[in-house]
Design a protein around this ligand. Structure first.
Ligand code: ZZB
Length: 260
């Protein structure tokens, strides 16, 4: 799978597990892997697995990436660190230690987004960090709805209301005859109730991928009015050229995927 890693910069107030690194003047980024770089305008938050194990790893250019150790190891074979198999770990922590961290997400219409819990993250896929685009990703919409609707869920993870409640779906891609918030439409049409409705969410995800790519038209940003299929690669290449993203790939998982 070829992902684009988006660099979401950790900004003040810095979580305590990252303070020492930050005090050395290093830039720290959460680096979600995405297949949809053209959707970054619609980011509303970033997901981590609360009980997941994460680290802060120094890249060859001095940037510090927060991701799973597995991802850092893969990065070391893709010229992202100082050498093959070499990846310097500056800190280790659990996902829960960075919940509520404030991030500056490239292209996002929201100036600041927060780190929130998603309970269905696969630690063995991508970087273990996922950026949230609830307009076009049914999983993201379901997880954000869960947090918005369920105060006890927010309480369980110590999530402040202001990290969640003000964040509305941002329409970014219009699918004529369907919706300008495809994930919301799919969620409602399929009668999805929570982030744990795996089979339905996989259906919704396939639908949104297909429709978004085949029929989607950008409605924000410099490529508003252009087809997703025509500008996807342009947007990705521009982000990479601007130092806002890097390419990252990994072999298909040996484990049978949840969608079979
Ligand atoms: C932003 C985004 C916007 C995404 C969208 C999708 C959609 P796939 O096809 O299964 O490989 N993702 C990445 N890593 C993980 C992980 N470790 N655990 C759970 N989810 C993960 O899925 C790749 C997509 O799944 C990635 O692209 C990421 O969410 C999420 F509008 O990033 B995406 C219709 C989907 N739309």
């Amino acid at each position: 799978q070829n992902y684009t890693l988006i660099k979401l910069e950790v900004v003040e107030p810095i979580p305590s597990c990252l303070q020492e690194i930050h005090s050395q003047g290093k830039k720290i980024y959460l680096v979600p892997g995405t297949l949809r770089p053209e959707t970054m305008y619609g980011q509303t938050n970033c997901w981590i697995l609360p009980e997941g194990k994460y680290g802060a790893f120094e890249m060859g250019n001095g940037d510090v990436f927060v991701c799973t150790e597995r991802a850092a190891r893969n990065m070391s074979y893709q010229q992202l660190t100082t050498g093959k198999g070499e990846y310097k770990c500056l800190a280790k922590f659990n996902g829960s230690d960075i919940l509520g961290a404030a991030l500056k997400a490239p292209l996002a219409i929201n100036p600041i987004v927060y780190v929130l819990p998603m309970l269905t993250i696969d630690e063995n896929k991508g970087t273990g960090v996922v950026t949230s685009v609830p307009s076009d990703s049914p999983d993201d919409y379901a997880s954000l709805q869960d947090l918005k609707a369920k105060a006890p869920l927010r309480a369980k993870f110590g999530i402040k209301d202001e990290w969640v409640l003000p964040f509305e779906v941002v329409p970014i891609i219009d699918i004529p005859g369907y919706s300008n918030e495809s994930a919301v439409r799919a969620y409602k049409d399929l009668n999805i109730k929570s982030q744990n409705d795996r089979a339905l969410l996989d259906q919704a995800k396939d639908l949104c991928y297909q429709k978004g790519f085949n029929d989607g038209v950008m409605s924000v940003g410099p490529y508003a009015g252009r087809k997703v299929s025509d500008v996807k690669k342009i947007i990705k290449d521009e982000m990479i050229a601007a130092g806002q993203a890097v390419e990252y790939s990994e072999p298909a998982s040996k484990v049978v995927s949840r969608s079979g």
